[in-house]
Design a protein around this ligand. Structure first.
Ligand code: LMR
Length: 443
């Protein structure tokens, strides 16, 4: 890393339009590649407003500001996002909400590449909600993360106020209100399922600890990296200061897939399918619930009378959709996963339509369905739009559902035993059954 030093005058750049005006002050610190666009030549600077930028080898990421002898710690900010700005000054023309900090891990990956631009556009949190993105990657991905940050710069999103990139969760998670944990190791050749649980478990244990220490105490955490239910469990067990209720494992993709399959079979557009629950694990033991789902407000079984298809064809098509996609694409789903992350967050920040619900993998303590406590299990939820949720009480569980839910529950209990050393629950004992029910992307 190289250190560059420059001084700036107090000025406002003529290159910025009024809707996204960034106020430049003596606190300004700029990357070299952007500096020449915004600043007058260095000889016009005042001597007492000193700024030190340390820049990465490619001269793009300033990492520290020195002012009056104090080194400030906004050290992972990227390029244009290191500019200071004044949201208040924009209130003459816009009414902004208070800025929120959103962490995304695996930020240089394919899913993030779709997700980050949706977050920055306002599609998720609304057109009046400025955001700061905190991008977590591995040492190996740092250059790619800079590429991501550059594309975010070039997109000129008015709502995107800060982008930080980093490899240390303790720094990246500082004060975050949302954490979307996508980064996880894929299962390599010859790797046992228990090994994957252990390797990824370590990552999520570390990230849980970091969230516990650094994040906002009411941070909402959405775990996407597989095996996401057990990763979410490990994460929450390592974050005792954060309510367990705030942790989610992404099963919204499965819900969306199930809605699509029912719509196809019934010959209706998919917005006519509601009340779709995915029960259990995000694996091939998951249970897409056609008993309580509705099409055009009617029970699915009244609209689709081929019940054998519901029990077999439909269920299997949802359980194995991820695997089929991998066969076609040669990699896991990315765009539809990003869309389902957007859907999952929007379901928590907007009120659930009357009578409907959504699925999320959440902590089972206090659940009304008789599912073992201490698991992260996909269940039907409703939200008032405040970021929180409650479990739906009036769902019917017949013998068919109960039997399948029990299978997914048994799988999650076995996964939990495998990671006991990571959840503080004693010595791990791995007795995962001979049938491998993990999603094919993990093989
Ligand atoms: C999916 O459901 O598409 C993915 O979770 C599959 C995978 O294993 O990555």
């Amino acid at each position: 890393m190289a250190m560059a030093e420059l001084s700036t005058p107090q000025t406002t750049s003529p290159f910025l339009n009024s809707s996204s005006r960034l106020r430049l002050s003596s606190k300004l610190h700029l990357s070299n590649h952007f500096r020449h666009l915004l600043l007058p030549p260095l000889h016009t600077t005042t001597p007492n407003s000193k700024i030190s930028c340390s820049v990465y080898q490619n001269s793009q990421a300033p990492v520290a500001v020195q002012e009056n002898g104090l080194v400030k710690t906004k050290k992972e900010c990227y390029g244009v996002f290191c500019l200071t700005y004044d949201l208040k000054a924009e209130e003459e023309t816009r009414s902004w909400k208070k800025l929120i900090n959103i962490a995304v891990s695996g930020a240089a990956g394919m899913i993030s590449n779709h997700l980050l631009f949706k977050l920055a556009s306002g599609e998720v949190f609304g057109p009046d909600q400025p955001i700061a993105l905190k991008l977590l990657g591995s040492e190996r991905s740092i250059q790619a993360l800079e590429g991501v940050a550059m594309e975010l710069e070039d997109s000129l999103f008015p709502l995107l106020r800060e982008v930080d990139i980093g490899t240390d969760p303790n720094e990246v998670f500082q004060d975050v209100e949302w954490a979307i944990l996508i980064g996880a190791k894929p299962r390599g050749p010859g790797m046992e399922r228990a090994d994957l649980l252990d390797i990824n478990g370590q990552i999520f244990a570390e990230q849980g600890k970091a969230l516990n220490k650094a994040a906002s105490p009411n941070v909402k955490v959405l775990v996407v990296g597989n095996p996401c239910n057990t990763n979410a469990l490990i994460c929450l067990k390592n974050a005792p200061n954060i309510p367990a209720k705030n942790f989610h494992a992404l099963t919204r993709l499965d819900e969306n897939r199930a809605k699509c399959q029912l719509a196809l079979k019934a010959g209706v557009f998919y917005d006519k399918v509601s009340n779709m629950t995915i029960w259990g694990n995000h694996s091939t033991t998951q249970v897409p619930d056609f008993l309580n789902a509705r099409i055009n407000g009617l029970p699915v079984k009244e609209v689709i009378t081929d019940h054998k298809w519901l029990e077999e064809g439909f269920t299997e098509s949802v359980q194995k959709r991820g695997g089929l996609l991998i066969q076609k694409w040669g990699r896991s789903s990315a765009a539809s996963t990003a869309v389902s992350i957007v859907d999952a967050i929007k379901s928590l920040v907007t009120p659930t339509p009357e009578g409907d619900w959504f699925s999320s993998g959440v902590y089972t303590d206090g659940n009304p369905y008789g599912i073992e406590e201490g698991l992260v299990f996909s269940m039907p939820c409703r939200s008032k739009g405040d970021g929180d949720y409650e479990l739906v009480k009036d769902v019917e569980i017949d013998d068919y559902l109960r039997k399948r839910i029990a299978k997914s529950e048994a799988e999650l209990l076995a996964e939990k035993r495998c990671v006991a050393h990571l959840t503080g629950e004693g010595i791990a004992y791995c007795d995962l059954g001979p049938v491998d029910t993990m999603l094919p992307g993990e093989v």
